[in-house]
Design a protein around this ligand. Structure first.
Ligand code: SF4
Length: 403
């Protein structure tokens, strides 16, 4: 008799194309279909629709793929690694990274980050030239990891180069292209190169990238990667138990999905990440501020505003077509009808300005929203970040540059 979660056999969860072991990824469509195969419902969606099982809220350790089915047994029988409720409040935690970004968050200052996509190039100079003007304007830059499941310059290499010119980085690490051996090796390498913050995410499936023939890895998922990095840092050993001569000093980040279905489960998925060891979380791109308010209400009820720092990703729309496209093709992101109408009614030639205006309004709301520690500004053109920061009145950052 297979173990059951609601009406769904736990074994069926192994059919998830990303072998997610800690709940649904952020790509579930609003009708519950899978981001990889839209002809099927997400298996986690099906499971959670019937679940009242507290096991769904437990953070699972890295799966043992050497014994097929071992993970599904663990899903039912293993206890939580560490109850999220028992984690220390963020102001009581020891300094992890000793970075300016960490100090800013601990001081309760509103943090400003932005996204930099590594180039399709072996030459980093143009990207470094785009980052230099952001020093003193933005507190840290996110370096994506083969974004949209397509290869670009190695994020770790670019992050090290950007740290070298005086900008702090938040290195994204996805589980899609590397197994636990390589992920642990890269975490140690990142720390050795001076990177102080890693954001642990599962990553998009290769089916949505420009190399759909790729064999995906997904040995770990985001929660078990968070736990793995925490283990390296706090236990000073690899997952095998082999001791490190020096542990990495890092802040650990994770993703959050306030507007991705199933909405009611999303705060509990964050709970798993808190229990697994995140210090901060960064949301997917948010346009639906009403849903974000509801999510944050639940997050505050669970006490996570006290235990971790939460940054919200925002971005300026360029027109109604982009807004509708986000709804149709960006997993986990919803643009409400009133925003689409605003973009439609803006005069041609002024639509980008309207998108910036909406983005600024969102940042102003976030400045007032309890439990929000900062924003992550996303735009395809890094040249626009300074414009958005200035328009939002968030210039004069506390740390201008590395001394
Ligand atoms: S939507 Fe994500 S979690 Fe759900 S089955 Fe597909 S890949 Fe797995």
């Amino acid at each position: 008799m297979p173990a059951m979660m609601g009406q769904v056999a736990v074994e069926r969860l192994l059919e998830c194309p990303k072998t997610m072991t800690n709940g649904p990824c952020g790509g579930v469509a609003t009708n519950g279909t899978c981001e990889v195969d839209t002809s099927h419902l997400c298996v986690w969606w099906e499971a959670l629709a019937h679940a009242d099982n507290s096991a769904a809220r437990m953070p699972m350790p890295p799966a043992d793929w050497s014994v097929r089915g071992r993970w599904s047994e663990a899903f039912v029988t293993d206890g939580p690694l560490q109850a999220a409720a028992n984690t220390l409040d963020k102001d009581q935690r020891p300094m992890r990274a000793g970075s300016r970004f960490e100090q800013l968050l601990r001081d309760g200052r509103f943090a400003l980050t932005c996204e930099i996509n590594p180039p399709d190039s072996a030459d980093p100079l143009a990207t470094l030239d785009r980052v230099r003007p952001l020093i003193g304007v933005i507190d840290a830059v996110h370096i994506s990891d083969n974004s949209l499941a397509s290869p670009h310059m190695c994020g770790l290499a670019l992050a090290a180069l950007i740290e070298h010119i005086g900008m702090e980085t938040i290195l994204h690490m996805t589980c899609r292209d590397r197994n636990r051996n390589m992920l642990q090796a890269d975490v140690l390498g990142a720390a050795a190169l001076g990177i102080k913050h890693v954001l642990c995410i599962t990553g998009d499936h290769p089916a949505i990238g420009d190399h759909p023939q790729t064999k995906p890895v997904f040995d770990l998922d985001s929660v078990s990667l968070i736990n793995t990095v925490r283990h390296l840092r706090d236990e000073g050993s690899l997952l095998s138990g082999r001791s490190l001569d020096a542990a990495p000093n890092l802040m650990i980040g994770g993703g959050a999905e306030p507007t991705a279905p199933p909405l009611d489960f999303r705060p509990y998925r964050l709970a798993k990440k808190v229990a697994a060891g995140v210090d901060f979380a960064v949301t997917q791109l948010v346009y639906d501020m009403d849903q974000l308010e509801k999510y944050m209400h639940q997050v505050r009820e669970l006490g996570f505003d006290r235990t971790i720092h939460i940054l919200v990703s925002v971005g300026a729309l360029s027109g109604p077509g982009m807004a509708r496209g986000m709804n149709n093709s960006t997993p986990g992101v919803t643009v409400p009808d009133d925003i689409i109408r605003r973009m439609e009614s803006a005069p041609q030639g002024k639509r980008r300005d309207e998108g910036v205006k909406i983005c600024i309004e969102q940042i102003q709301q976030l400045l007032e929203m309890p439990g929000i520690s900062g924003v992550d500004i996303m735009d395809l053109d890094p040249g626009r970040y300074a414009e958005l920061v200035e328009a939002a009145g968030l210039t004069n950052r506390p740390f201008a540059a590395k001394s």
